[in-house]
Design a binder for this molecule. Structure first.
Ligand code: SF4
Length: 258
């Protein structure tokens, strides 16, 4: 399977490497963003317009595109985020910027304090470096648990995943049934390229995480994310001490896979 090495790296947010906004690229973006709006509007018409569909916003570049499309399009999609307690300062700054830009207070879910305290007391504050198993427990406590609460009662959720992001996301469909969480899952940017994501951000002046300009193409928790080097896979900076096949936090893992 081919790795998702971007020709735009080392920094897609670097002004020197952002794509030029040609007429054809703008036309392509308009077509694709119209398709996203249509997909989400159809999903809402089918599944409900009163909070039945939720968008999990982790404030990466793709999620900022979706945030802009949902907010400016007035789509009846609830937006929520997970605060693991270990996010980078730049992500918190972006959350504030998003609230200001769109005039909305975001719905943020936190881990259960008792579960975090128990885990840290048993294994240490940075146990995720000790083994894949402990890393997955940390993700379970800080992400999967809160995600379950965020998705409770929902009929569908929306993600900013793209097929080209990693070996674990190849062949990602626009719509699938998320058996693990028991609801529909929409991936409206599945067929978007990295170039298109950054061109949309540039075209619409969408705020984005300052870490993207510091060689961080994929951003998660601060201790589990590092900058990448030229030629590295775009997700090489996530859980960099693990093998590529294990690099999912459990939010988007299909049943039957690790
Ligand atoms: S990404 Fe790292 S710090 Fe964040 S929940 Fe997973 S293991 Fe814990």
């Amino acid at each position: 399977m081919s790795a998702a090495v971007s020709p735009l790296r080392p920094s897609a947010g670097n002004p020197a490497t952002r794509p030029a906004l040609s007429d054809s690229l703008i036309a392509d973006l308009n077509t694709k963003s119209d398709a996203v709006r249509a997909l989400l509007a159809a999903a809402a018409a089918e599944l409900g317009t009163d909070g039945e569909i939720a968008f999990a916003n982790s404030f990466g570049a793709e999620d900022m595109v979706l945030t802009d499309i949902i907010m400016t399009g007035g789509l009846p999609i609830e937006i929520f985020s997970l605060d693991t307690g270990r996010l980078p300062a730049e992500t918190y700054a972006l959350i504030g910027e998003v609230e200001k830009r769109y005039g909305a207070t975001l719905r943020i879910y936190f881990p259960e304090s008792g579960a975090v305290e128990t885990f840290v007391r048993a294994h240490g504050i940075n146990a995720f470096y000790d083994s894949v198993a402990l890393r997955k427990v940390c993700c379970q406590v800080r992400k999967i648990g809160p995600l379950g609460r965020a998705l409770a009662g929902k009929k569908a959720w929306v993600t900013g995943l793209r097929a080209a992001q990693s070996v674990t996301r190849a062949g990602l469909p626009l719509r699938e049934f998320d058996a693990g969480n028991g609801l529909e899952k929409f991936n409206p940017l599945s067929d978007w390229s990295e170039t298109e994501v950054w061109a949309y951000i540039r075209l619409h002046q969408v705020p984005y995480n300052a870490l993207h300009d510091q060689f961080y193409p994929s951003i998660g928790c601060a201790p589990c994310t590092r900058a990448i080097a030229v030629g590295e896979d775009v997700r090489a900076g996530r859980w960099w001490w693990e093998n590529p096949e294990t690099k999912e936090c459990g939010l988007h893992v299909k049943e039957g896979k690790a």
